[in-house]
Structures are given as C-alpha cells and as structure tokens.
Ligand binder design. Structure first.
Ligand code: ADP
Ligand code: UVW
Ligand code: MG
Length: 394
C-alpha cells in the first residue's frame, strides 16, 4: 500500500490530503486558511475526527506544512514520516517546459524557480515548499503537478496576444492560464454528473477562490481562459487587480515616483483586488459581512460579480452556448448569494437557479428545471486530480 501526501499551496491557503493508493482512499485531510493574515485557521479531518484551531496569526506556508506533519504523527494517522511513499506538489506555472507532471530532480526544482516570472506569487513559494519537504523526507520522491498544463493546447487565437508575432515567439509570450488542475477536474466531474462523454462536453467553469479564473471548455478541452501570461490577469481576485490597461504600469511608476517595476507588480498582485477596492480584507467573507454598511465593500462585491459575468457571457458567446456553467473554489462553493447574483446577471441567456438547490449547496445541479443552461456546483478536488496525475507517471 502506497501513501501519497498531496500538497496544494495556494495564495491564501495550504490544502493537503494523505491518500492510500491505488485505492484513492483519503486517510486524512486538512486545510490551513488565511495564510499570512491575522487569524489563520487550521483544520484537520480524519475518520470522525475534526479539529479546528483559529488562534494563530500570520502562519506562513512553511509553518503550515510543519503543523501538518506534527498533526499526522500526533493523531497517530501515521507512526512515522517514513510511511509516506510520495509527495505531490501543486506548481502554478510550468511555462512551455512542463506539459505533464514530473518527478522533482534538482534540475526540475531550478526550472520551477526559473519560471517565477510567469507566477511571481506562487512559483517561488512552491519551490521553497518542495525544497523543505525534500529535506524533511529525504528518501521520498517528490512530484510536481502543473496548473498550466490544462491550457497548453489552447487554440492559437486565444493562446497569444495581439503583439508583433516575432516577439510573441521569441519571448514565449503565451496565455499560460492557471487553476488548470481544478478546471480539468471540474470538466471530468461535470461530464460524470451530466452523464455525458467528456469529449462531447462544452462548459464555462468558474474557479472562484482567493485567486479566481474562468475557463471556456469545448469538447472537453480548454478553449479559452481568463488568466494569462501570469495569474494576475482576468477577474478581480483577493489581492490581484485582474484585467487592466498596461499603460497604467508606466503611468503609476511616474506618478508614484518609483523606478522599480517590481514595486508596481507588488501593488497589482498583493494590494489590489478585493483588498484594494474595499480597504477591508482580501477575504470575501469579511467583505460580504460589511456589504450593507460600507459602500466600498459593496463596490468590491459589485466589481467582482460584474467581471465574472462579463467573462461568463463572452465565453457562452464564444462557445455558442454550453452544457453547463460550473461554480467551484472557496467563494463559488460556499457563497449562496454570490452564485445567485452572478446567475441573475446572466438572465439574457435564460439561465436560472433553483433557490432551494442553490441554498442546499450540495454537489450537483443547482439550476431550475426550465433553465436553458444547466448550472452545477462542484466542490473542486485538486488533490484527487493531482494524485491521479502522479500515479499515472510513477
Ligand atoms: N462562505 C464564504 N463566503 C464567501 N467567501 C468565502 C466563503 N468561504 C470561503 N470563502 C473565500 O474563499 C477564499 C479561499 O478560496 P480557495 O479556493 O480556498 O482559495 P485559494 O486556493 O486560492 O487559497 C477565501 O479567501 C474566502 O474569501
Ligand atoms: C493560480 C492561482 O491564482 O492560485 P490560487 O488561487 O491558489 O492563488
Ligand atoms: Mg486554490
């Protein structure tokens, strides 16, 4: 029996699952939320046991990983770390180098670091996580699974920008797309839930978490996506600005009197989005709690919803209709009101939610019987998608 630990480090969270393979049995799982924020939340689940701890502030990814190991041993889920036979890590940017999951060698680790320009919030932290894990478990194989992989075969009209073609080619300027582990999982699961062959399915998948992206899926394959050269672009996110006019970069450098473009990148990646507009927090829960009393909280929610609606509407047009719209990610899975607001604003497509199904919040259909397009709620399972990819190359 093989025990594979899957680590999914995101911009605001660390999710993990310990699988017994090849049965895909989840021995234990957990989540550390609000990474690098006040009131980080640590949750572990195994069997009937569930443990929460909410008293720790500003946990970083390394603290979070250490707590996971301590807890695995303290709860006797494993007696010794040597029982773990493989570790799978989510890596956001694989660029044009990594088109499938790989075993991490020292060269691979260097390449992951070298791709940091394509995901400055993620790749450096993920490379560090892999290095730390390799030190903690020196005899265990580490694997990397890439978020960009699902989008490597986007049609060229959606894969490139309208720049001079020679520059596009010379500098590998490409819409790499992200959250592909999730969009790929959602595509497979939607096909199962709709009893359709995956290769016949057209979808608009909406992964709405701390990072958020939409994908247009045609015949079961990625056709378009809102993230681009990096995960900065597309819809408004927790701390990321999403789409903006690139002329703002030199303008802001001039007005803020900064000479280092990285300072502007920091502003756009870490101080913008829901946090920047609301002035409250990157966490949608805190913003929703103040929506009725604080106009800037309401503005942040309005921008978030409207950007999503614009992408979903354009993808439905690009795909000439779809079998379903899919909600996933921390916000998409848990916020009943936001799902309703988004679908209400897509009324031109005759898509409607069933209020009771939406409120119940269970996996499956949440659209009404007379909706022209089905709406699915699917709790994404990036960890299951990852362990399957690793199993396929072991
Ligand atoms: N009930 C809820 N209502 C609104 N937002 C929620 C709710 N539960 C979780 N979230 C949001 O989900 C986000 C985390 O989503 P997740 O997909 O786990 O993020 P990531 O993987 O990018 O770290 C949190 O920042 C929080 O804003
Ligand atoms: C790619 C990305 O934005 O990931 P996350 O949502 O986990 O930050
Ligand atoms: Mg995530």
């Amino acid at each position: 029996m093989q025990k594979t630990l899957v680590i999914n480090a995101g911009s605001s969270s660390l999710k993990w699952k310990l699988f017994e393979m090849p049965a895909e049995t989840v021995l234990a799982s957990g989540l550390v939320e609000r990474i690098s924020m006040p009131g980080s939340i640590f949750t572990v689940k195994y069997g009937d046991h569930q443990k929460f701890e909410t008293t720790i502030d500003n946990l970083d990814q390394a603290d979070a990983a250490k707590m996971v190991f301590d807890e695995l041993q303290r709860l006797d889920i494993i007696q010794d770390l040597s029982e773990i036979t493989a570790v799978a890590h989510r890596v956001v940017a694989g660029g044009q180098v990594f088109k499938s999951a790989v075993e991490v060698t020292p060269e691979v680790l260097e390449q992951i670091k070298a791709l940091s320009n394509f995901a400055p919030l993620h790749n450096p932290m993920e490379a560090q996580g892999i290095a730390t894990m390799a030190k903690t478990l020196p005899n265990v194989k580490q694997y990397a699974v890439f978020d960009s992989q699902f989008f490597t075969d986007l049609p060229e009209m959606n894969a490139i920008y309208s720049l001079p073609y020679e520059i596009t080619q010379k500098y590998q300027i490409h819409r790499y797309g992200e959250h592909g582990i999730s969009h790929g999982y959602l595509t497979g699961r939607a096909a199962e839930l709709l009893h359709k062959d995956k290769k016949d399915i057209d979808l608009v998948t909406m992964h709405l978490g701390s990072g958020a992206s939409l994908a247009a899926v045609k015949d079961g394959k990625a056709f378009d996506t809102s993230m681009g050269f990096t995960p900065l672009t597309g819809v408004t996110m927790g701390t990321r600005a999403g789409d903006l006019d690139p002329a703002l970069v030199p303008y802001l450098m001039q007005e803020l009197q900064v000479s280092d473009p990285n300072e502007i990148m920091m502003l756009l990646n870490q101080k913008s989005g829901l946090l920047g507009v609301s002035g409250i927090s990157p966490d949608m829960r805190e913003i929703k709690a103040q929506e009725k009393t604080n106009p800037r909280a309401k503005l942040a929610v309005d921008i978030f919803v409207n950007r999503i609606v614009k992408y979903a509407g354009s993808y439905l047009t690009e795909l000439d209709g779809a079998d379903a719209l899919v909600f996933a990610g921390g916000i998409g899975e848990h916020n009943v009101e936001l799902r309703q607001e988004i679908i209400d604003k897509l009324a031109i497509f005759n898509v409607k939610l069933d209020a009771d199904l939406n409120a119940a919040g269970k996996e499956g259909l949440i659209s009404s019987a007379d909706s022209a397009i089905k709406v699915l709620l699917i709790p994404t399972d990036e960890e299951l998608a990852m362990v399957r990819q690793v199993d396929a190359i072991k």
